[in-house]
Design a protein around this ligand. Structure first.
Ligand SMILES: *Cc1c(COP(=O)(O)O)cnc(C)c1O
Length: 231
């Protein structure tokens, strides 16, 4: 068995076992394969194992991979910081954008999403630990932004995405995720169609599932360590 195949089965096993441990509905946590820096061939290997959802952070390399893999029916999620001059390509080529954190970006994506395509699925990125260096709206501003996005008919608001402070202590990890889940519950009470709480990466996947994640974004545990030269 190839390394990548082993890792694919191993991360899926971890997700299923953690669902069970925390009495989550079996299959309620989806895997987003985060493929930044990896060449299209590696993504193809994972796609052949049955993976459909891929997450990319850097627009230029993402566009090349989307083109190279256009024979497969993949679902592409943009998960990196968004500059305004990048919204046109994102609106044209992606199925989801998880890193919407301000109204200006939401407006541009709405205006640039073709009427020939289904609405672009979006998550609001929330800076759940209020880190100065990190993108994301504050938890306080999240509901107001959701109100605005809900009125844009070329966008379909699906939920929240969070990247908490890196911590190794599981209780500390769970504390951030618990706050994200509380905000997600409020969002679900106020808006229709909210079904996605995107949280959990290689280092904190179990804590995220314990606290209600519906989508974990996994890079390293699936593709291996990213080398600095590869970004
Ligand atoms: C890179 C990245 C991931 C994956 O991180 P790993 O620790 O490699 O699993 C998940 N989410 C976002 C937003 C990322 O940029």
């Amino acid at each position: 068995m190839t390394e990548i195949k082993k890792r694919f089965h191993s991360i899926n096993d971890t997700i299923r076992q953690t669902e069970k441990l925390h009495e989550r509905v079996p299959g309620s946590v989806q895997l987003l394969a985060v493929s930044k820096t990896w060449p299209a061939d590696n993504l193809r290997t994972v796609a052949e194992l049955g993976q459909r959802q891929f997450g990319e952070n850097y627009l230029q390399e993402a566009l090349e991979k989307i083109e190279a893999l256009s024979d497969l029916n993949l679902e592409w999620h943009f998960i990196g910081p968004i500059q305004s001059n990048k919204t046109r390509d994102i609106a044209a080529k992606f199925d989801w954008v998880q890193s919407v954190d301000r109204l200006k970006i939401a407006h541009r994506l709405h205006e640039q999403r073709s009427a020939a395509l289904p609405p672009l699925n979006v998550c609001i990125q929330v800076n759940i630990d209020d880190e100065v260096t990190k993108s994301g709206t504050s938890a306080d501003d999240c509901m107001a932004l959701a109100d605005e996005i809900a009125q844009l008919d070329r966008l379909c608001l699906r939920g929240l995405m969070v990247i908490p402070t890196k911590q190794t202590d599981v209780d500390a990890q769970r504390d951030s995720f618990r706050r994200a889940h509380a905000l997600f519950t409020r969002l679900q009470q106020e808006f229709d169609g909210i079904d996605t709480l995107s949280m959990g990466m290689t280092g904190d996947v179990q804590a995220a599932i314990a606290e209600g994640s519906t989508m974990v974004r996994i890079g390293t545990a699936l593709f291996g360590e990213r080398t600095p030269q590869r970004k």
